[in-house]
Design a protein around this ligand. Structure first.
Ligand code: MN
Ligand code: MN
Length: 300
């Protein structure tokens, strides 16, 4: 069995657009560059290339493993010593490509080993994304590569299946040996994303964030919330961020709208995910179609 040709071509197109946009981002992530502007430049590149955002560009920094976006109008810049994870998603007709890399902005390249750990773990895991490989085996390979470099995988973050217009579906791809005997099946589409840290290897959820996704359209009172809902419906229940919304309706109104939509339970929030013990985290991610020769469609 093989994926329908048009489905495969959508995945490959999403993957190659993402790969090109990430290469562009890699050049822009420099000390003193405005973080929001880098995100916007990469998102513009994706649109220019004919892709749609599957979720916002997320430049999570240092101890934040994932789910961080700059606020609208943010003047925050990258600074010397930062470890940046840059995680971006593109879709074509709902077929999602999800990929991330880490950048060491320290002068003495002190995070090289940590970045190598998550990258090697990802690349070794990708080699075994074949029918019959068990989830536990994938986790073991990831854990072995990361501990070999003297670090710990983050255990409560995992890779995931990619569904149509759905960023996180089953199977969940563990970053340590869970012993899970569930086998990969041909044509499963999954993201492999090891995180490595010198810390405990666990993240928690912060209280607030600026990344959201629509759950259900609900009746809302204010004209702002109604206007926001109209915009948000165009995202197909995929994640979005405050600076997208405020670019269309103004930051004050976007904030008021989001407050109401959260309160009504119309949207959910994805808050930043810091490491519990504080130190830095690296991440590397690719999306792959399970096959005897795994198709890593975000690689080129
Ligand atoms: Mn990702
Ligand atoms: Mn992912």
């Amino acid at each position: 069995m093989a994926l329908d040709k048009s489905v495969l071509s959508d995945y490959k197109k999403a993957g190659s657009i993402l790969s090109e946009a990430l290469a562009h981002g890699n050049k822009l992530i420099k000390v003193d560059a405005n973080i929001l502007e880098v995100c916007q430049a990469v998102e513009k590149k994706i649109h220019d290339l004919g892709g749609q955002m599957a979720f916002p560009a997320q430049p999570s920094i240092d101890n934040i493993a994932a789910h961080w976006c700059p606020d609208p109008g943010s003047k925050e810049v990258f600074t010397e010593g930062m470890l940046v994870k840059f995680d971006v998603g593109v879709h074509i007709n709902g077929r999602i490509a999800d990929s991330a890399f880490s950048v060491d902005l320290s002068d003495d390249k002190r995070y090289e080993g940590l970045i190598r750990a998550s990258k090697n773990a990802r690349d070794e895991a990708l080699k075994i994304m074949k029918p019959g490989t068990t989830l536990g085996e994938i986790g073991r390979v990831i854990q072995d590569e990361i501990t070999r470099e003297g670090f710990s995988p983050i255990r409560n973050l995992s890779g995931h299946g990619l569904g149509e217009y759905e960023v996180h579906t089953s199977p969940s791809i563990p970053n340590f040996d869970t012993g899970d005997k569930t086998e990969l099946k041909e044509d499963m589409v999954v993201a492999v994303e090891p995180f490595a840290t010198p810390g405990q290897g666990k993240i928690f959820e912060q209280e607030q964030g600026n990344i959201y996704a629509l759950i259900h359209v609900k009746p809302v009172r204010s004209p702002y919330a109604r206007e926001a809902l109209k915009i948000i419906e165009s995202y197909n229940k995929l994640p979005f961020t405050l600076h997208w919304l405020s670019a269309q309706m103004g930051v004050g109104q976007a904030k008021l709208a989001m407050r109401e939509l959260i309160q009504k339970g119309a949207v959910e929030v994805y808050p930043p995910l810091p490491e519990v013990s504080g130190p830095v985290v690296s991440q590397s991610e690719h999306s792959v179609i399970v096959a005897d020769k795994p198709i890593v469609y975000t690689r080129e």
